[in-house]
Write a protein that binds this ligand. Structure first.
Ligand code: UGA
Length: 441
């Protein structure tokens, strides 16, 4: 079976490479010529564990990339994996999706049967709209939301917790059979298939992300009270999680959620409620708690020093979470901006080289990492980063305990840590003379 994947961002590349590994003949289509060129020479434009190896294994064999829509003519299945960013009002912007649909219409023959699968995260009603746009064409539209976590997306692709497939009607067997063929690799592997209608599939995706975001905002709100009354949020999360109805995942308090999904999806879900004249009471609160969390943490830092002007901080972690280079909605970047705005100097570090590179490019720092209009330096070495600083701020949940804290204690100007992800061994740190400020502990 020949499959086309339109859009080679995070979702599209992994989908294309994954389907190639299943043995299909796959063509990835993207409007970005330089990206297509890089992918065809086996270079992965983004950092994702195991992805480049798989790309190299299949590229120019059963996997190719192109800017042309021609290959969709002889593809039985076409995956739509284009971005659906947030527009200025908080809605999902479907421009890229609709323009891809237009190009499909211009390219395929009306009589040729195709299954068009929407993998992009789209608001309820979008699959129906796409089918409407393709009226008169012999196509079925399928909703197949993705549940990949950045950083371990390749693992997630091959080990999904569920496959969601939404159809126009469950009476029509052909598209269901074709989708089962596409995901045949998971048959007998205990992967539940949820076969449902378009609207349910679309909402499963938003409800799942909003629920996880709500869990995070919930524990972050409790952390503020724990902080005030001298309780320990880590123990609270642990004990709560022992109840299997609650579960211990996504109950880590911190400086809030970031990334390309949670912030945008929560906001887009709020809009979908409002567009249907329903007040999204809980989900709005989830969003608000998240916006406030970083400000609350920054206040904590400010309260300690009084005035941040002229102080130097080591910010450990730049991306929105560990093992990724993705800076989108990164809490670390938000905090860097707040610290810089208050007149302080920031030395930033992340274990992922590409995250450091992206930060450097974003702030347009020059190659020698020197001051270039900002009081910001991005450094390749953690010990260089903490040297002579007035405080260390942890922004990403890496296990920084593995570092030599005795050495760090000797390098810093002032021994104080603001642990925005509650990752440090407090006893050990305090023994070395550090003052410790976490989130709710
Ligand atoms: C998220 C979902 O976890 C995936 O299931 C989903 O497929 C994906 O969005 C998507 O919609 O494409 P991702 O954005 O890669 O995946 O990141 P997560 O691992 O979920 O982390 C999101 C944020 O929550 C991070 O900033 C992380 O620091 C924060 N977080 C996570 C917490 O603050 N506390 C926690 O306990 C867990």
């Amino acid at each position: 079976m020949k499959i086309s994947v339109i859009g080679t961002g995070y979702v599209g590349i992994i989908q294309a490479v994954g389907l190639a590994e299943f043995g299909f003949e796959v063509v990835g289509i993207d409007i970005d010529e330089s990206k297509v060129k890089a992918l065809n020479s086996g270079e992965c434009p983004l950092y994702e564990e195991g992805l480049e190896e798989l790309l190299k294994k299949h590229v120019n064999k059963n996997l190719t990339f192109t800017t042309s829509y021609e290959p969709i003519k002889d593809s039985e299945v076409i995956f739509l994996c284009v971005g659906t960013p947030q527009d200025k009002d908080g809605n999902a912007d479907l421009r890229f999706l609709f323009s891809a649909v237009e190009k499909i219409k211009e390219t395929i023959d009306k009589e040729d049967y195709k299954v068009i699968v929407i993998k992009s995260t789209v608001p309820v009603g979008t699959n129906r709209k796409v089918k409407e746009l393709l009226r008169g064409y012999n196509v079925d539209v399928v909703s197949n939301p993705e549940f990949l976590r950045e950083g371990i997306a390749v693992y997630d692709f091959f080990n999904p917790e569920r496959i969601i497939l939404g159809f126009e009607s469950l009476d029509k067997k052909k598209p269901i059979e074709i989708m089962k063929k596409v995901y045949n690799y998971f048959e007998g592997k205990n992967v539940p298939f949820v076969i449902t209608n378009w609207e349910t599939a679309e909402l499963i995706k938003y409800a799942s992300n909003a629920f996880l975001a709500t869990k995070i905002s919930f524990i972050n709100e409790i952390a503020k009270l724990a902080d005030k009354v001298g309780a320990d949020i880590k123990n609270i999360s642990y004990a709560m999680g022992l109840d299997p109805r609650i579960g211990n995942k996504f109950l880590n308090a911190g400086i809030g959620y970031g990334g390309s999904c949670f912030p945008k999806d929560v906001k887009a879900l709020i809009k979908q409620f409002e567009n249907n004249n329903i007040e999204p009471i809980l989900i709005k609160a989830t969003d608000r708690v998240n916006e406030e969390q970083i400000k609350w943490f920054f206040e904590k830092i400010k309260n300690y020093y009084g005035n941040l002007n002229g102080k130097t901080f080591a910010i450990l972690g730049l991306a929105f979470k560990p093992n990724t280079d993705d800076l989108r909605e990164s809490r670390a970047i938000k905090l860097i901006d707040m610290v810089l705005d208050s007149g302080a100097i920031v030395k930033g570090f992340d274990y992922v080289e590409k995250a450091r590179e992206n930060t450097t490019n974003m702030y347009k720092l020059n190659k020698s990492k020197a001051f270039y209009g900002y009081n910001l330096y991005v450094l390749d070495d953690l010990y260089e980063t903490v040297k002579d600083v007035d405080g260390i701020i942890i922004t990403v949940e890496y296990d920084f305990n593995k570092e030599d804290w005795e050495k760090i204690a000797n390098l810093v100007k002032e021994k104080v840590v603001f642990d925005g992800r509650n990752v440090l061994d407090v006893k050990k740190i305090k023994k070395l003379g550090f003052k410790y400020y976490g989130v709710g502990r």
